[in-house]
Design a protein around this ligand. Structure first.
Ligand SMILES: Cc1cc2nc3c(=O)[nH]c(=O)nc-3n(C[C@H](O)[C@H](O)[C@H](O)COP(=O)(O)OP(=O)(O)OC[C@H]3O[C@@H](n4cnc5c(N)ncnc54)[C@H](O)[C@@H]3O)c2cc1C
Length: 417
């Protein structure tokens, strides 16, 4: 009987998962189509990943955090949500007794740190520059055939090969896919006016703007626009691009200058109809591919890492089988329960705030007004980012925790009276 695991995809989720499995005593093979050089020194890809406290805890446990460059971690002190001229609402870490509500780390730094951690691990073997010819599973084992005819057998096969996972398709798992028909254009910009460590989400007619603070006068600008506008922006010279971005931000940050390469991502969200099959599981974006507006894709990917490693570890410990069906079923239950609300909520936010039909405007006003008027909602937003604990084991526990966060606090003096 095999006791090993094969992961297809050495992205941030696949690499972190291999570390989490190895920490539980499991032998892991990771299969990646990119060459080793691309993984050793990944190029800047425009993504600045907002990490929750729970994700930071897991990255620390896996030995990834300590490998991030200290000057590559930027704190977010406040977040502001605006809708056109409507000033919206703000959440401030200080109001909750914290100095930051999260941090930003560039995706290529996460990939590089995870890769370095993997390289020191005797239980992990990486197969780079490899094309997978076919995958199949039955109740006893998984088989992975490479294009060069090498064959790997495993107790469990995991697909972590992106939201467009070829492995998921080969395994016949359907996916709910939503193409937003919009593209995100990202770049680092230097700007004259300081950003005060504040992240923005600023909805508007024909475009959505976000600002991610990386330094007082350095931010990542994230512009969501129809594909043809994105194409035109990408074709501009650096100076014209900087002017165009400054205009999209209505001059609020003063003059701007391009400080990185530019990147464009067409927006497609995916939700796999099942997360497991016999001897098979999905992790990272291959399970849940989020719209980036709520900045939760990788955070959910890390939740899948923690839950799936726990399930495989329990299977190994109790039955000498990391692909034991009972524990895979538990992983599916827990990860679906933990991601469903965030996925549906993100879809709703992305839909409502980019809807240009007349009825959407008052609804947006109502939604923003409700958050501004109800401190408990803002508290819930911040608590979700600051909470370090592992994901609750079921939807009922999750609702319990949400209720605990939303419950009005009785001042101490009254409580002890
Ligand atoms: C613009 C943008 C901003 C984002 N911002 C945030 C944020 O603020 N916070 C957050 O939490 N998340 C954010 N995300 C989401 C985050 O980037 C993803 O969730 C995360 O990168 C997914 O990691 P992954 O390892 O699952 O997949 P990927 O990063 O897609 O990696 C998949 C890997 O599999 C490999 N692969 C693919 N197919 C095969 C194959 N057939 N065989 C072998 N290997 C294969 C690929 O080469 C790649 O290395 C953002 C995403 C975007 C697009």
């Amino acid at each position: 009987m095999n006791e090993n695991v094969v992961i297809i995809g050495a992205g941030p989720a696949g690499l972190c998962l291999s570390l989490a499995l190895a920490a539980r005593g499991i032998e892991v093979d990771i299969v990646e189509r990119q060459e080793a050089e691309a993984l050793t020194a990944p190029a800047y890809d425009g993504r600045e990943i907002a990490l929750t406290n729970a994700t930071m805890r897991v990255l620390r446990e896996l030995g990834v955090w300590e490998r991030l460059p200290a000057d590559g971690i930027a704190p977010i002190r406040q977040a502001r949500v605006m809708d056109g001229a409507n000033p919206g609402f703000e959440v401030d870490a200080g109001a909750f007794g914290h100095d930051r509500i999260g941090v930003l780390v560039a995706n290529h730094h996460i990939r590089s740190a995870a890769w370095q951690a993997v390289c020191g691990q005797p239980r992990i073997r990486v197969h780079c520059g490899v094309a997978v010819e076919s995958v199949s599973t039955d109740v006893t084992q998984a088989r992975i055939l490479f294009a060069d005819r090498r064959l790997l057998n495993a107790a469990l096969l995991i697909a972590a090969d992106s939201r467009f996972s070829q492995t998921r398709r080969s395994m016949g798992i359907p996916v709910h896919m939503h193409d937003f028909g919009k593209t995100m254009v990202l770049a680092r910009m230097r700007h004259a006016v300081a950003n005060d460590g504040t992240a923005w989400e600023w909805f508007g007619q024909g475009h959505t703007r976000a600002l991610l603070p990386l330094g007082e006068h350095l931010s990542s600008t994230v512009l969501t626009v129809p594909g043809h506008v994105a194409q035109a922006l990408m074709a501009l010279s650096d100076a014209e691009f900087a002017k165009a971005i400054a205009a999209h931000y209505e001059g609020r940050l003063g003059e701007m200058e391009l400080a990185s390469t530019r990147h464009a991502y067409p927006l497609v969200a995916t939700w796999a109809r099942r997360f497991v099959a016999p001897r098979f599981a999905l992790a990272g974006d291959a399970a849940v591919g989020m719209h980036p507006v709520t900045a939760h894709g990788f955070n959910l990917g890390v939740a899948s890492v923690e839950l799936l490693a726990r399930a495989a570890g329990e299977g190994l410990q109790r039955y000498r089988d990391p692909g034991h069906p009972q524990w895979l079923a538990r992983y599916q239950r827990q990860h679906r329960a933990g991601s469903a609300v965030m996925f549906a909520g993100t879809q709703a936010v992305a839909g409502l705030f980019t809807d240009e039909r007349a009825f959407a405007q008052p609804l947006r006003k109502l939604a923003i007004g409700a958050v501004r008027a109800l401190p408990m909602l803002r508290r819930a937003l911040v608590a979700g980012l600051l909470d370090e604990s592992p994901r609750p084991p079921s939807l009922v526990h999750q609702l319990g925790r949400t209720f605990e966060i939303l419950r009005p606090r009785i001042p101490r003096s009254q409580a002890s009276a």
